[in-house]
Design a protein around this ligand. Structure first.
Ligand code: ATP
Ligand code: MG
Ligand code: MG
Ligand code: MG
Length: 436
C-alpha cells in the first residue's frame, strides 16, 4: 500500500484525554477514532491489526475443535426472560424497542441465544460434545468507559460455548479451551497468566481469568514467579487424562485475582509470591446446567433417559487485546508490533521522492515485495526523511527498509529491525530475500 493513497491520520501530540500509553498510541498512530463515549471507529491500520488478532484467535479455536458460526448483535428480550437474566442484568444492558414495540437488546454476551439455537437442534447424546463460537461485537453500557478500546462500550469478543453430557466431559472441554487460550496469547506475543477467578453461586474451581501483567491494568493480581517464564504447551488435547495432568501441573503454580486470594497458597509461595496489576484479556467459565436447565434443553442419553447438558462459556476480548499488546510492546517512539499482528510486515521508506533514481529503485522493490506476498506499507510521500522515520517508528511495523541516494550509489539499502533498532546494509535483492 502506498502512503500517498492510504488513510493514515497520525498525530504528533498526545491527545489530552488519553491516560494510558496504549490509548495515546492508538490515537496518535491513527488506529482508531472515538465516535461516542466508549465507541470507536477502526481506521484502516487499526482494522488490519484487529483482523489479524481475530484470525489468530479463530485458528486456535478451530484447532481446539470449536465450530464457528455467527449470531446477531441484536437479541429479543424474551430470550433473556427464559433464563431470568433480562431483569437481573441491570443497566449494563442496552435495551432497545423496535417500531412494533418489541423489546430488544444489544447483546452483551450470548449464553441464552446459543442455548436456544443448540437446544432446538440437538436431539441425542450423539450431538454432544460440541463447542460453538463466534466473533462478534458486544455492547455493555459500562458506567465508566475508559482507556480507549480497553474498556469500550462496544467491543469485539470471541465467545465460545461448550455442551457436554456430563461433568467429566465438560471439564475436558474446559481444559481444551484453557490450553487453546494459552496458545492464542503466546502467538500474539503476550504472556497471559490463568488466574483462579470467581465462579459465582456454582462454586468449584472451573473459572479462570487470563491476565496480562501491566501497571495500567484494572485487576489486582497475585502470582508465583514461575509464571514469569514461558511455558511449553505441547500436550495432546484429545487425551482427557493427559490434558488434565498438564493443566493441573500448570495451575499448581499459584495465580489469583484479588477476589480469590488463598492465604495458605500465598504462604507456601513465600518469597516467590508477587503482586501486580493486570489486564483481563480472557475468561473461561464452567456453569453446569444453569442455562440448559432454565431454558429447557435436554437430549436423549445413551440409555434412553433425558440428559440436561453441562455447559461452559469462554470469552476473549479481541478488541481489548489491541490495547493490551501495545501496553506490553512499545517504547518512547511508538508501538512495536509483534510480527503476528502487525498491520504490515515492512515499512518501505523512499528517502528522496524527488530523486528519479531513488524513486525508481523504491518502486521496483515495492513491486517485488508485493509480488512476493510481503505486506508492505510504502512511504512514497515527498517529505523529509526525519518525518518518515518518526511515522514508521510510531506505527511500529516490524521492519523498516530505507532507500536513499547515498546507499544506492553503493548498491545498498538499509534494513532496520523496529524492536531491536539493529540496522543492516544489504543489496536490494538480499533485502527482498530476507523479508520474503
Ligand atoms: P471486566 O472485568 O474487564 O469488566 P468482564 O469480566 O466483565 O470484564 P467477561 O464477561 O468475562 O468480561 O467477558 C470476556 C472478555 O471480554 C473479558 O475477559 C475481556 O477481555 C473482554 N471485555 C469485557 N468487557 C469489555 C469492555 N468493556 N471492553 C473491552 N473488552 C471487554
Ligand atoms: Mg465487566
Ligand atoms: Mg472481570
Ligand atoms: Mg470476566
Amino acid at each position: 500500500m502506498r502512503l500517498t493513497r492510504h488513510f493514515l491520520p497520525v498525530m504528533k501530540e498526545s491527545p489530552a484525554d488519553a491516560q494510558i500509553v496504549s490509548h495515546k498510541l492508538m490515537l496518535r498512530a491513527g488506529l482508531v477514532r472515538q465516535t461516542a463515549a466508549g465507541i470507536y471507529a477502526w481506521l484502516p491500520l487499526g482494522h488490519r491489526v484487529l483482523r489479524k488478532i481475530e484470525q489468530v484467535v479463530r485458528e486456535e479455536q478451530d484447532r481446539a475443535g470449536a465450530i464457528e458460526l455467527l449470531m446477531p448483535t441484536l437479541q429479543p428480550a424474551d430470550l433473556w426472560r427464559q433464563s431470568g437474566r433480562y431483569d437481573a442484568y441491570g443497566p449494563e444492558m442496552l435495551r432497545i424497542t423496535d417500531r412494533h414495540d418489541r423489546e430488544m437488546l444489544f447483546g452483551p454476551t450470548n449464553e441464552e441465544m446459543i442455548t436456544a439455537i443448540f437446544r432446538d437442534a440437538a436431539r441425542s447424546y450423539r450431538d454432544l460434545p460440541r463447542t460453538l463460537y463466534h466473533i462478534q461485537w458486544k455492547f455493555r453500557d459500562e458506567v465508566r468507559p475508559r482507556f480507549g478500546v480497553m474498556r469500550g462500550r462496544e467491543f469485539l469478543m470471541k465467545d465460545a460455548y461448550s455442551f457436554d453430557l456430563d461433568e467429566a466431559g465438560a471439564r475436558h472441554s474446559y481444559n481444551r479451551m484453557f490450553v487453546a487460550y494459552l496458545r492464542t496469547y503466546a502467538r500474539l506475543g503476550l504472556r497471559a497468566i490463568p488466574m483462579q477467578a470467581d465462579t459465582g453461586p456454582i462454586g468449584g474451581d472451573l473459572s479462570h481469568e487470563f491476565i496480562v501483567l501491566a501497571p495500567t491494568g484494572e485487576s489486582d493480581v497475585f502470582y508465583h514467579t514461575n509464571w514469569e517464564a514461558d511455558r511449553a504447551l505441547d500436550v495432546d488435547a484429545d487425551d482427557a487424562e493427559a490434558l488434565q495432568t498438564f493443566v493441573s501441573g500448570l495451575t499448581a503454580d499459584y495465580a489469583a485475582t484479588d477476589e480469590k486470594r488463598d492465604e495458605a497458597r500465598e504462604a507456601a509461595a513465600g518469597d516467590a509470591l508477587k503482586q501486580s496489576r493486570g489486564i483481563e484479556v480472557g475468561h473461561i467459565f464452567f456453569f453446569g446446567t444453569k442455562y440448559s436447565a432454565a431454558m429447557g434443553m435436554k437430549v436423549q442419553g445413551p440409555d434412553g433417559t433425558d440428559v440436561v447438558p453441562q455447559m461452559g462459556s469462554y470469552g476473549i476480548g479481541v478488541s481489548r487485546l489491541v490495547g493490551a499488546i501495545i501496553e506490553a510492546s512499545h517504547d518512547d517512539k511508538g508501538i512495536v508490533w509483534p510480527e503476528a499482528v502487525a498491520p504490515y510486515k515492512v515499512g518501505l521508506i523512499n528517502m528522496r521522492a524527488d530523486d528519479a533514481a531513488c524513486t525508481a529503485a523504491a518502486d521496483d522493490l515495492y513491486a517485488k515485495l508485493t509480488a512476493a506476498g510481503v505486506e508492505t506499507l510504502y512511504d512514497d510521500r515527498d517529505e523529509r526523511g526525519g518525518a518518515k522515520f518518526a511515522t514508521m517508528d510510531l506505527i511500529g511495523l516490524p521492519w523498516q527498509l530505507v532507500i536513499g541516494p547515498k546507499g544506492l550509489a553503493n548498491g545498498v539499502v538499509e534494513l532496520k529491525n523496529r524492536a531491536t533498532g539493529e540496522k543492516t546494509e544489504l543489496s536490494p535483492d538480499a533485502a527482498l530475500a530476507r523479508l520474503s
